[in-house]
Design a protein around this ligand. Structure first.
Ligand SMILES: *Cc1c(COP(=O)(O)O)cnc(C)c1O
Length: 395
């Protein structure tokens, strides 16, 4: 079998933004499940949940169909609903804001620390809290742990729940504890471009037994027994005790997840090496900067994203097209949520740092099996693109 055939869009890039590794182990894991004849949620999902909980140092892990489903269920289980407000960073993927709104609560957007730290700003979180605030959904931007100590402290003083959007942060830690394990619940995504890719999938981790039981109910229609238990003859009937969803993960993806989980530490270390090389080649060069300090004893990153901050406004678009012409795919993480039509329509808070930073950030290719010459191609490409784009800006 040929393993290096890319039939998707990746073939047209010399350096794609992200990429998955296809090998025999992952193909065998999937084909074993297919051969078993049990494809929907069952023993492989349970095994994946147990392994994930152990890796996170949490009592429970509940596998779901996506990171968005994880956030949705965590919000519902935390009791968020109509009349509530939930604070969430605007420099973020839109999923958390959408599911906050779906729960009936209102997302209240908060600002970013600054160009050296793209995580949410604790002072602005504090400023965003009002009498209706019920929870904070924190993000570990790019896999770099946010100031979770400050967030937990704010939450304790204001009697709020903390939900961690750890979509970027599997394997990241803060003071030796895994990201995702600090709040009431931690939510992970296994989308193809994330650090633990299976296609589509997610996980919620928590130490709370009751919350875990509630999440399992909501994941599967609010039904008291599962198809797998009935299949094994453990149960003949069921009751429905909540208005649930079908947010289950299937066995094929759980089998891929088990393989990817075993590789996570090595893969994250490979990402870290590439980011270190980017830092060496780009940080401080011609006004470019790379946010976040290198790992220290306080925080260890999962290095989900490689982001540079550009020295001027107006460089993003020309640099992106220059790099595209050279086969280098880039992105912007993220266009701020409070500027999207759906959310700009509501009266909101001023978020000057997010507005400013979103015009300056550029995300570079990053995936564990990037070859050295690809990394060097990106570094040279970015420095050349910056020069070209600046020439274009001159009057
Ligand atoms: C990817 C992502 C999600 C959503 O995960 P899906 O699995 O795609 O639903 C949520 N939040 C952040 C920050 C993400 O990057």
């Amino acid at each position: 079998m040929r393993l290096d055939t890319r039939q998707g869009g990746q073939a047209k890039w010399r350096v794609p933004l992200s990429d998955v590794l296809v090998d025999e182990e992952i193909l065998n894991a999937v084909s074993d499940v297919v051969s078993s004849g049990w494809w929907s949620m069952g023993p492989t999902v349970e095994e994946f949940e147990e392994a994930f909980a152990a890796q996170c140092g949490c009592r429970h892990a509940i596998a779901v169909s996506s990171g968005t489903a994880a956030l949705h269920l965590a919000l519902l289980a935390a009791g968020c609903g109509p009349g509530d407000e939930v604070v969430v960073p605007s420099l973020n993927f839109v999923a958390a804001a959408n599911v906050i709104a779906h729960s009936g609560a209102r997302p209240i957007f908060c600002d970013t620390v600054g160009p050296a730290n793209l995580n949410l700003d604790s002072a602005d979180v504090e400023a965003a809290i009002g009498p209706a605030t019920r929870a904070i959904v924190v993000l570990h931007y790019g896999g770099y742990p946010c100031d979770i100590g400050a967030m937990l402290d704010i939450a304790r003083r204001n009697r709020l729940e903390v939900i961690e959007d750890a979509a970027h942060a599997p394997g990241a830690s803060w003071r030796g504890r895994m990201c995702g394990s600090f709040g009431l619940a931690g939510c992970f995504s296994f989308f193809s471009n994330k650090n633990l890719p299976v296609g589509e999938g997610g996980m919620i981790v928590t130490d709370e037994d009751d919350l875990a039981a509630g999440l399992r109910l909501l994941r599967s229609h609010g039904m008291t027994t599962l198809t797998w238990a009935r299949h094994q003859g453990h149960a003949h009937s069921y009751d429905v005790v909540a208005r649930g969803f079908n947010y289950r993960l299937d066995e094929l993806r759980a089998a891929m997840g088990l393989v990817q989980l075993r590789r996570l530490d090595d893969r994250n270390q490979a990402r870290a090496r590439i980011v270190a090389r980017y830092r060496q080649g780009l940080d401080g060069k011609n006004g470019l900067t790379i946010p976040f300090a290198p790992d220290d004893r306080e925080a260890s990153s999962a290095h989900h994203l490689a982001v540079v901050v550009l020295p001027e406004d107006g460089l993003q678009a020309p640099m992106r097209s220059f790099l595209k012409e050279r086969g280098i795919q880039t992105s912007i993480h993220y266009p701020p949520i409070h500027r999207f039509s759906e959310y700009a329509a509501q009266p909101g808070r001023r978020l000057p740092v997010t507005d400013w930073i979103s015009r300056r950030i550029l995300t570079l290719p990053l995936y564990p099996h990037m070859r050295n010459e690809q990394v060097e191609l990106v570094i040279d490409g970015v420095l050349n693109a910056l020069e070209e784009a600046r020439l274009g800006l001159e009057p």
